[in-house]
Write a protein that binds this ligand. Structure first.
Ligand SMILES: [Zn+2]
Length: 755
């Protein structure tokens, strides 16, 4: 530091470079006159130089200062620099997933937040003591200054070492929180001041304190007073008294050291100081002050703490959400990506930081029953992988007939992680024979190529010199005609292979799978082949969600409803709908009549082998089993007039399943029996376009007077087959000739052989 006495008082103490000043010589001696003249002349030059420099310095200083001032004024008075409204609607807010209970009341299913646990709350819903406590500690002149407390700021300028320690008003602290600018520099401080002045030009004090109280960090992962209030007191922030508000305000400067759960004594010391300041500046009366000081604060980790029933303090980080919640997140993510043309990460950010309100379409009761069966593996096969002993896995999706996914589970056994593998929605597995109704029978009936009792030869076809496929009993077919109904019931492979190969064509079959039943993961080359289309050996496969949605068309008159898991998604205030399924989208997949006929056909599949199910047995059940080659995947797609479902069982790394009975059928009956308890009577809808007729099992035509073996079937009114003329009176004495013999004999065999 220069000695103050050296200071030239003409030079501003601004740190500007000093002009050179020649020192007076100290020695006397020879040539003093000359020397003196020289000195005088030199001094004149120096003085001129000095004055010139002074002018330049002053001028420059003036220009710079004017420029800075002009900039500062235009910045402060100019356009809004930080938009609080935008921030409020976009930034780092906790999202919620809600559901409706049986009474239609909204219940909270999950809270989603990233690293920041934050819920925005309006100032009106914050205890009035909160502002007073913060003002007392952080910024006593908050309500009177214009963004900057010049008295404190000057103090900081005089002693620059104070920059990091104080002088910031609540407005400035808000700027710091919003911009994440934490560096301790003059420039940052300068910008912060301009931003603060600008903010106060555009917003009221109420808006500023509201934003501040909602954005500041309050320890334990809490951002904002609402989450902090729930974290530390288990209370809503509107319910806090003066002492509790002071305790929260006391955390601000040192979120760890003054954290009441970690260091209650530090927090108390600071809280008492805060109350004292509040009292001093008139925020608390004498009585209020006394009461607050004596109040015994109970934190959530104290022994005296009693959690409220409706608001248990849950460590959100540790809470394992249901598969339904995982699925909703996935659906909202995908829909946001599509709607806003954004990346997966951007969509996830919106979900975790966007303060969204998501109203899930889950049926809580059905989900609960489904989870109970799955977590406890009730009626599950006791199978382990031969290779590493991993237990067999399973997944199930249950829907109504208008696209609502009412319940979903993506794993058997206890769920231990959030957003892990959800086999129900994300594992594409070969559907085996469950594909036949959607790849073969429904299209063939829809296009009037076949009807309920059409006769088809049960015989493998020659492909490249080899007979293919074989039926479940290991034969290449009986070589006799069987009806469509019978082929579905027995899950013959030969019949759909013939229908697709000779009449429907693989291309049309594929088109139905893709465009009518909306399987999403088809291979446009590999899957336009007989093996995937007739026996379900798809290149990739289908999910249980896709299969349930496809089968729903058989119970609702032929409409494909796009599966949905949420009713709507709104912004945090709830005044803007971001996504909606309130009018579920649908598309016609097959005609109403085809849907009726398929529903009847699938009801002929005998499910009694999979369990009694006293409740579900009161209802019609349409069903189809599925098994892939080598028994690696088992499926069951089935529905009652209430719900339709798809169940899958298999190993994650495909491996042969050694089971006699299809385990999916048993799981289906177990779950459906539970969810059909106490449900009122209901039947599948019936269109006016179909009619019930007695048909001749020998010819597949409508039974004539001479037909010996008959059964009943459903037909399109304008497509009723002709009356049978091939049965002679001689046949009447020998009922069940031809194809019927096979049909009658095999019909009597227990379901164990059903594929
Ligand atoms: Zn006949």
């Amino acid at each position: 530091m220069p000695n103050p006495s050296d200071k030239n008082t003409n030079i501003p103490a601004s740190g500007s470079p000093k002009p050179p000043v020649k020192k007076q010589p100290r020695n006397g001696g020879a040539n003093t006159d000359n020397f003196g003249a020289y000195v005088k002349k030199g001094a004149k030059v120096s003085l001129l130089c000095f004055l010139g420099l002074m002018c330049i310095v002053l001028l420059t200083g003036f220009v710079v200062a004017s420029y800075i001032l002009f900039n500062a004024i235009s910045t402060v008075n100019g356009e809004l620099l930080i938009n609080l409204d935008e921030y409020k609607s976009n930034q780092n807010q906790t999202s919620f997933i809600y559901a409706y209970d049986e009474e239609g009341s909204i219940v909270e299913l999950a809270r989603l937040h990233g690293e920041e646990n934050r819920i925005w709350v309006d100032l009106d819903d914050i205890s009035p003591y909160m502002e007073k406590a913060f003002v007392a500690l952080e910024d006593t002149r908050f309500r009177t200054h214009h963004g900057v407390d010049w008295k404190r700021t000057v103090g900081v300028i005089v002693k620059p070492s104070n920059i990091g320690q104080g002088g910031s008003t609540i407005t400035q602290q808000l700027i710091k929180n919003l911009t994440n600018e934490n560096s301790v520099t003059i420039v940052r401080k300068y910008n912060e001041i301009l931003h603060a002045l600008n903010l106060e030009k555009h917003y009221s004090k109420d808006q500023i304190i509201e934003a501040y109280l909602n954005t500041l960090y309050l320890g334990s992962g809490c951002y904002g007073v609402k989450t902090a209030s729930e974290k530390y007191f288990g209370k809503d922030v509107s319910e806090l008294n003066a002492a509790e508000c002071a305790a929260i305000a006391s955390i601000t400067q040192k979120p760890t050291k003054n954290n009441p759960l970690l260091y209650p004594e530090n927090n108390r010391e600071r809280m008492l100081y805060c109350l004292k300041q509040m009292h001093k500046n008139g925020a608390l009366t004498d009585a209020e002050y006394k009461e607050a000081c004596e109040y015994e604060i109970i934190f959530t980790n104290s022994e005296k703490y009693v959690p409220k029933d409706d608001k248990p303090v849950v460590e959100e980080e540790q809470k394992i959400n249901s598969f339904y919640v995982d699925y909703v997140i996935q659906c909202v993510r995908d829909d946001l990506m599509k709607k806003d043309n954004i990346t997966k990460q951007q969509a996830i950010d919106q979900i975790y930081y966007g303060g969204l309100k998501i109203y899930a379409a889950v049926d809580l009761k059905v989900q609960e029953e489904l989870e109970e069966v799955y977590v406890n593996r009730i009626n599950f096969p006791d199978l382990e992988s031969d290779k590493d002993g991993t237990p067999v896995q399973s997944a199930m999706t249950i829907m109504d007939y208008e696209g609502r996914v009412v319940a979903i589970v993506g794993q058997a056994g206890e769920k231990t992680e959030n957003r892990g593998l959800n086999r129900a929605a994300n594992s594409y597995r070969q559907p085996g024979s469950t594909i036949k109704p959607i790849s073969c029978y429904a299209p063939a009936i829809d296009l009037d190529l076949y009807h309920y009792s059409s006769q088809v030869l049960d015989k493998a076809i020659a492909i490249n010199g080899k007979l293919w496929p074989q039926n479940v009993n290991g034969t290449k077919g009986s070589g006799k005609n069987v009806s469509v109904r019978y082929a579905i019931q027995q899950s013959h492979n030969t019949v759909p292979a013939r229908i697709i190969n000779y009449d429907l064509t693989p291309e049309t079959s594929f088109e139905y799978l893709k465009d009518h039943f909306h399987l999403s993961n088809l291979n446009s080359k590999e899957d336009v082949q007989l093996a995937p289309l007739a026996t379900g050996a798809l290149y990739e496969g289908a999910t249980t969600v896709e299969m349930a949605a496809a089968y729903a068309t058989f119970g609702n008159g032929g409409l494909y409803y796009y599966p949905y898991s949420y009713y709507k998604v709104t912004n945090s205030k709830g005044d803007k709908i971001i996504l909606s399924n309130e009018q579920p989208a649908n598309k016609r997949a097959i005609s109403e009549e085809t849907s009726d006929i398929m529903c009847e056909l699938l009801q002929t599949v005998d499910t009694s082998y999979y369990g009694k199910g006293s409740n579900v047995r009161d209802f019609q059940i349409m069903a189809k089993t599925g098994t892939t080659s080598n028994n690696m995947d088992r499926w069951f797609c089935a529905g009652t007039p209430y719900y339709v479902a798809a169940v899958w069982v298999g190993f994650d790394i495909p491996e042969r399943l050694h089971v006699d009975v299809n385990p999916c059928g048993e799981i289906f009956i177990t779950v459906f029996d539970r969810i059909h308890k106490d449900l009122p009577e209901k039947e599948f809808p019936k269109s006016s376009g179909t009619v019930k007729k007695t048909y001749c099992t020998a010819s597949g035509n409508i039974a004539g007077p001479n037909c010996g073996s008959t059964s009943t079937g459903w037909y399109k009114i304008d497509r009723v087959p002709a009356t049978c003329t091939s049965c002679s009176s001689a046949v009447i004495e020998k009922p069940g000739s031809g194809g019927d013999i096979v049909e009658d004999i095999v019909s009597g065999i227990v379901e164990g052989i059903i594929q």
